[in-house]
Write a protein that binds this ligand. Sequence first.
Ligand code: AMP
Ligand code: GLY
Length: 423
Amino acid sequence: MKVLIVGSGGREHAIATAVAKSPKAEKIYCAPGNAGIAELAECVAIGAMEFDKLVNFAKKESIDLTIIGMDDPLVGGVVDAFEAEGLRVFGPRKNAAILEGSKAFSKDLMKKYQIPTAGYENFDSAEEALAYLETASFPIVLKADGLALGKGVLICNTKEEAKAGVKSIMLDKQFGTAGNRMVIEEFMTGREVSVLSFCDGKTIKTMTSAQDHKRALDGDQGLNTGGMGTFSPSPFYTKEVEEFCEKHVYQKTVDAMAAEGRPFVGIIFFGLMLTEKGPRVLEYNARFGDPEAQVVLPRMKNDIIEVMEACIDGKLDSIDLQFEDNAAVCVVLASEGYPVKYEKGLEIRGLENFKDKEGYYVFHAGTTFQEGKIVTNGGRVLGVTAKGKDLKEARANAYQAAQWVDFDNKYCRSDIGKAIDEA
Ligand code: AMP
Ligand code: GLY
């Protein structure tokens, strides 16, 4: 089979690595890809939002399966564009990707189908939102409705902060058109867990759990980022939590989308918060998490192409999804200054140290070629993943492997997976 992967980050590198393991994959392309993906796939210079070019490429090269890694093209309808030309593609259509594309939609869906989440109100105007804040209790959470690179959520401790937040989202359009609507919701506390799942429109099969570290600095300080590291499984995702979510969250979400005439085929990522009152859905994403994919996929035993094809064909019930009985930790190596301002074009040394090291991976997030060398090309540069028999061993292995590579201004958190000590 010829497979095309759309995207250019660490998640897509992890997907490409899983696809490359499949005996079905004869040739892999990636648009646009990066310097790491280029070892497994032929990278083509087409952007993830260039739907016509992607579709034409897939037709010209007779691609058998296209996998969309990123949220923007999914929410923009890339799957519909492929399907309109009779091409096989893995991911939700536009009318289902709205589960991630509009927070107001997802909150209304959860309310209508009684899926546990934080209490909330949706707002179309700043005036109404500001009036609502007059009688609200604090802290409170403001969310821009649309996609905002994971940065559209503001946690506000006081009325003044919240008012300023509403103004910056809805009037100053800090997150662009994503702020045409907004959600204001109840602040919750608890541990967060990410659960990714495969869906075929009717059936859902969840993968092993993971936890991300969204803040830039140790001790969950600093700004929110795309994710500074992950571990899998989460020791806080107990049998009890899983059973609760199986009953109240997972199948209910898939059934709700089907009932709304928006059957979901692809990956649903459940962002959960384990509150004192029980698990609550924080958010849905319509794709693999980044860097969750970098710890979940290396532990998956199944052939990823088989699972994705079963989703497309509505036959997911025939798949026995299995994960290794071990653990994995991913430490993101970023450029100092991320997520605000950082240098690019710095040479990366030591990548060859990962060659033939079973259980170790260096997933490229922001890299490119420059004069025959591999250089940094983004804030998150690499994701170093290591497996271990348990989380502690995986963490020690990942931090050791993080030393094998180097570039100027290299920065990583030193406490990825520290929470497991409290489990
Ligand atoms: P989201 O993009 O909705 O996952 O929000 C990003 C992050 O903001 C989450 O991972 C949480 O850490 C935090 N967050 C979102 N909603 C809430 C909430 N209702 N209460 C507390 N924290 C929240
Ligand atoms: N790691 C969180 C996300 O992919 O949205």
